[in-house]
Unconditional design. Structure first.
Ligand code: PLP
Length: 425
């Protein structure tokens, strides 16, 4: 007799579904499809030759330790390199404050495991990163969403939700996923002060901070928390846990991210990580260290900024050229995404289907909202789409936006807009 598996699944799996984006990525494999769907880096910027050299060096010089089990906190030279690289963003952490994770996604899972009891509330931006919702949902999180605008999280709306005592807040200050917005400097100051006043910790997720294409870098929340409120204590205490990753600067296939937190939090996360995977791949950490060292990462990030900055400009230009005037979009200063707002009442599912028929894909906005009340009615989500501009080549971006504009126009007018023959892309 075969087991009825579903009746044996744990209660915590109830209501857990696959990410709409993962499902969508399957459709985007179709030949001829131009995808603005995933958050994929451009494969043409992967530093393949440097990886080849690094793998060879690691295997010829360090195989006994690179292929062995390693420390749960991560390979020490890599943690030191990360700590040293972060100083240019003002983060003066020691290796003891840094734990390597299997991507930032694992950091989110471990944070959920560490902090969330069933029914605990997490304060989020609306919209927010879908993967964080997926990570926290498993632990039974409930949510309170606060809307964002062009300057990021609307801090003037925070007092009431903070007073009601959420477990922590999850914030994306730089080139937010999905909206591409950046939290202004004034709001950053306000946010750390409010969080401190109400004793609510902040999880600052920053995968895109290094990918700025214009303007000046703004201080991370972890730096403002320390400088404004805890000058004498270094990183031994603090109200902010900071996350980042090599996924967007080297390659997401590495699955390498990191957490910066006070040592006692790192200690507890380390115990939880032992149960999850013992440690992140030793070999991958050795290779990433060899790739990133001696200033290579800095040079490489400059190249990525140039390429993605150009792609962003091509997308903005094409939107301006092809989209009807009733549609608006954000102007991200960095990162991988922009956020399009369509007139209220648009049938997003029909638009998505029609775009797929035209061989162009995007992610409908409702995926990025938690299921809670204000700041997040599903009507609000249903008039947005997230567009990624890092993955497709410039000529594909232009053609993709042209196709998408035709799909949008026909949804808005209820007619079919006939495209001339698609350009070869
Ligand atoms: C905001 C945010 N956090 C975390 C992640 C996960 O990144 P990683 O590849 O490091 O797991 C992503 C990936 O796109 C992201 O956009």
């Amino acid at each position: 007799m075969s087991t009825a598996w579903t009746s044996r699944y744990a209660l915590r799996t109830k209501g857990i579904t696959s990410s709409q984006i993962r499902e969508l990525l399957k459709v985007t494999q179709k030949p001829g499809m131009i995808s603005f769907g995933g958050g994929l880096p451009a494969p043409d910027v992967f530093p393949v030759a440097r990886f080849e050299e690094a793998c060879h060096k690691v295997l010829s010089e360090q195989a006994p330790s690179a292929l062995q089990y390693g420390e749960t906190e991560g390979y020490r030279p890599l943690r030191e390199l990360i700590a040293s690289n972060m100083t240019r963003y003002g983060i003066k952490a020691e290796a003891e404050n840094v734990m390597i994770t299997s991507g930032s996604q694992q950091a989110l899972d471990l944070i959920g495991k560490l902090f969330i009891n069933r029914g605990d509330r997490v304060l989020l931006e609306a919209p927010t990163y879908l993967g964080a919702l997926q990570a926290f949902n498993v632990y039974g999180a409930e949510y309170e969403s606060v809307p964002i605008d062009d300057d990021g999280l609307r801090t003037e709306l925070l007092e009431k939700p903070l007073r009601s005592g959420p477990k922590f807040m999850y914030v994306l200050p730089n080139f937010q996923n999905p909206a591409g917005t950046t939290l202004s400097e004034g709001r950053r100051h306000e946010l750390v002060l409010l969080a401190d006043r109400y004793g609510i910790p902040i999880v600052e997720d920053d995968p895109y901070g290094q990918l700025r294409y214009e303007g000046e870098h703004l201080p991370p929340l972890i730096v403002l928390d320390r400088e404004n409120l805890r000058r004498d204590h270094g990183y031994s205490i603090g109200n902010v846990i900071y996350l980042s990753t090599f996924s967007k600067t080297l390659a997401p296939g590495l699955r390498l991210g990191w957490i910066v937190a006070p040592p006692d939090v790192i200690g507890k996360l380390t115990q939880l990580k032992q149960g999850a995977d013992l440690h992140t791949s030793t070999f991958t950490q050795f290779v990433a260290y060899e790739v990133a060292r001696d200033g290579f990462l800095d040079k490489h990030v400059k190249l990525i900024r140039k390429i993605y900055g150009e792609r962003r400009d091509v997308m903005l230009q094409a939107l301006q050229e092809f989209f009807p005037p009733t549609v608006t979009w954000t102007h991200p200063k960095g990162g991988l995404f922009l956020w399009v707002t369509l007139p209220a009442g648009i049938d997003m599912q029909a638009l998505f289907k029609s775009a797929i028929k035209q061989n162009v894909a995007f992610v409908p906005g409702d995926s990025f909202y938690a299921n809670d009340g204000p700041g997040n009615d599903s009507m609000e989500g249903s008039r947005h789409m997230r567009l990624n501009f890092s993955n497709a080549a410039p000529e594909q971006i232009r053609e993709g936006i042209r196709r998408l504009a035709a799909a949008v126009k026909s949804q808005l007018t209820g007619t079919t807009v006939r495209l001339k023959l698609p350009l070869e892309v």
